[in-house]
Design a protein around this ligand. Structure first.
Ligand code: HEC
Length: 196
């Protein structure tokens, strides 16, 4: 009986070494890894396209004209990236310009964590957070990346927004809260969700 036992054991070790059989945990881990790389790709796609459109619009017509671009183009780029990758990517913030970008409970918690991390001296460019969240209707894979305020942003989000720019913003966003930021502060975050 001893040799038989040994061979079962050896077979198990060999199977394990070959990565077989794949456990449910391994599968979940692999899905989470692939979600993370898709999320990073979606955020890069959204961030690069937004920056390109914003810079071109600022150059062509200054900030007043560029506000229209942010208003129409930002949501449509986010939708295109979401559809292409089978997930949802959006921007959100604690202090909002567009109320449609309001954070859900998870996003609020992470945004508050990013604010605390920056206050503790962490580099805002490197802040990201990821979690598998169990909900009533299944599992959600979530990923968030901080958006620091840069110099380019101050024309429309800074403490000293020109009156014509301010007027154009108020017309489209009467409840705007997204001014008064300083360079380096947290402006908001990209947020990616995939339901499973
Ligand atoms: C030309 C003016 C303008 C500039 C410059 C600008 N923004 Fe905005 N920003 C807007 C407008 C308009 C919206 C609302 C977009 C919408 O309706 O979704 C907005 C929305 C946002 C949001 C979504 C959350 C919210 O408050 O609705 C974030 C995050 C954001 N901007 C970050 C930035 C960053 C970072 C920069 C600099 C790289 C920047 N913005 C530069 C006009 C601008």
């Amino acid at each position: 009986m001893v040799p038989a036992k040994l061979s079962v054991c050896t077979a198990a070790i060999l199977l394990f070494a070959a990565g077989m059989p794949v456990s449910a945990q391994d599968k979940a881990d692999a899905e989470f890894q692939s979600f993370k790389s898709d999320a990073v790709g979606a955020i890069k796609g959204l961030a690069q396209n937004l920056k390109k459109e914003l810079q071109a619009a600022m150059k062509a017509g200054g900030p007043v004209k560029a506000i229209e671009v942010c208003n129409t183009v930002a949501p449509s780029i986010a939708d295109a990236q979401s559809q292409e990758r089978g997930l949802s990517v959006r921007r959100t913030a604690l202090k909002l310009r567009n109320p449609d970008n309001a954070p859900d409970d998870f996003e609020r918690k992470v945004l508050e964590k990013f604010v605390a991390d920056i206050a503790a001296g962490k580099d805002p460019k490197k802040l990201a957070y990821t979690e598998v969240v169990r909900t009533d209707d299944g599992t959600e894979l979530r990923f968030m990346k901080a958006i620091p305020t840069g110099e380019l942003c101050l024309k429309c989000h800074g403490g000293n927004v020109a009156p014509d720019v301010k007027a154009a913003i108020s017309k489209l966003y009467p409840e705007d809260q997204a001014t008064g930021f300083k360079a380096g502060e947290l402006r908001g975050a990209f947020s990616v969700t995939k339901k499973q």
